[in-house]
Design a protein around this ligand. Structure first.
Ligand SMILES: *[C@@H]1O[C@H](CO)[C@@H](O)[C@H](O)[C@H]1NC(C)=O
Ligand SMILES: *[C@@H]1O[C@H](CO)[C@@H](O)[C@H](O)[C@H]1NC(C)=O
Length: 338
């Protein structure tokens, strides 16, 4: 791990950081740790040259390694079961352990937070507590909560619980790509159920609580919307991403979505696909200059069913000189040592 961090730092310190797009802006958090700075610089360095492969969920990550013989560079994990509502219902998580282990194998970590609503979870057979991040599974109303001291304090309690986990990562010198409040414009998660204003306030609260209150700076902040009404702004996002689930087996490169996200961010942010079902074709991406910096396949059937991504397609992707992996033709370490 320490070897990795020093390699990251070496890269960040050199002029190698500017990738195909020449983007090399600083972290939005001016106090970002050397690890968080190096992580952002590394993603920037690949943007336009390669796409960094990613796989959500440690079980599915191992499936790729075992079945394709190559390991995804990014491991996607979830803070979901550290949410206090989840813990109260017996939720248990090994995310921090998984993240640290992946950092030890020189991997990059991306963490999302399916935030079980702080209160008002009916926990019925139809809407069980572990679905408590869905709008339909909770009566928690974010617009009201921001003006209700009790509920506001519950929001802070929950953010503090996640900050405690981020602190464990900080103590292990592990930076993460952190993607809270994802897919807000869909409205299917409670943080997006009452329009952009409360969502944007909550984004600011999370950022301030983690950086200013808890003094945690091992985070690269990943925004996750392509909707101008919901985008927090470049000054609040290190990386701009969207999620997209095409029809199974459709490996289109999402050119329209790429161009509109590029316009929204004025070409000043690295763009990536934080969740996909079928992987955008690396060869077409190169030909059409649709430079998603990374993509992450969602877990289980999306990677395993042979329909979203056929075995033949996966073999070619994971053996592509356009794709960064841990141990395929283009390796994270090789690039860092280059
Ligand atoms: C504030 O939130 C608490 C806890 O959910 C609730 O019991 C109370 O009725 C709310 N107060 C107002 C004025 O809505
Ligand atoms: C990967 O690509 C190389 C070079 O094109 C080829 O020789 C090799 O057989 C491929 N490996 C797999 C597992 O597809």
């Amino acid at each position: 791990m320490f070897a990795k961090l020093s390699l990251f730092s070496l890269l960040a310190a050199s002029a190698l950081a500017a990738g195909g797009h020449g983007l090399s802006y600083d972290n939005i958090d001016k106090l970002a740790t050397p690890g968080a700075k190096a992580l952002l610089k590394y993603v920037q360095s690949q943007y336009g040259l390669h796409s960094i492969s990613g796989q959500q969920d440690i079980g599915s990550w191992h499936w790729v390694t075992e079945n394709l013989g190559v390991s995804p560079a990014i491991l996607g994990s979830d803070f979901m079961y550290y949410s206090p509502s989840a813990v109260a219902h017996g939720g248990k998580s090994h995310t921090v352990e998984d993240v640290i282990e992946h950092a030890h194998r020189n991997g990059i970590n991306a963490v999302v937070w399916h935030w079980d609503a702080p209160t008002c979870l009916p926990d019925t057979a139809e809407q069980p507590w572990y679905s408590g991040f869905y709008t339909k599974a909770t009566c928690f109303n974010i617009a009201n909560a921001l003006g209700n001291e009790t509920e506001y304090n519950l929001l802070l309690r929950d953010i503090d619980a996640i900050a405690a986990q981020i602190k464990r990562l900080d103590e292990a010198n592990v930076p993460i790509l952190f993607r809270p409040l994802h897919e807000p414009e869909g409205g299917w998660f409670w943080w997006g159920a009452h329009g952009p204003a409360p969502f944007k306030k909550l984004w600011d609260i999370i950022y301030d609580r983690i950086t200013t209150f808890h003094h945690l700076h091992n985070v690269v902040w990943v925004c996750n919307t392509g909707d101008p009404a919901w985008y927090p702004g470049n000054e609040k996002c290190d990386i701009a991403t969207i999620d997209h689930y095409a029809q199974a087996g459709d490996h289109g490169v999402l050119a329209d979505k790429y161009q509109s996200l590029k316009a929204l961010t004025k070409g000043e942010r690295v763009l990536a696909l934080a969740e996909v079902g079928s992987i955008p074709d690396p060869t077409v991406q190169m030909q059409d200059k649709i430079d998603w910096a990374y993509w992450m396949v969602w877990n289980d059937e999306f990677i395993k069913d042979g329909k979203h991504n056929s075995r033949e397609f996966l073999d070619s992707v994971y053996n592509s000189t356009r794709i960064v992996t841990l141990d395929g033709p283009v390796k994270v370490t090789k690039l860092l040592e280059a």
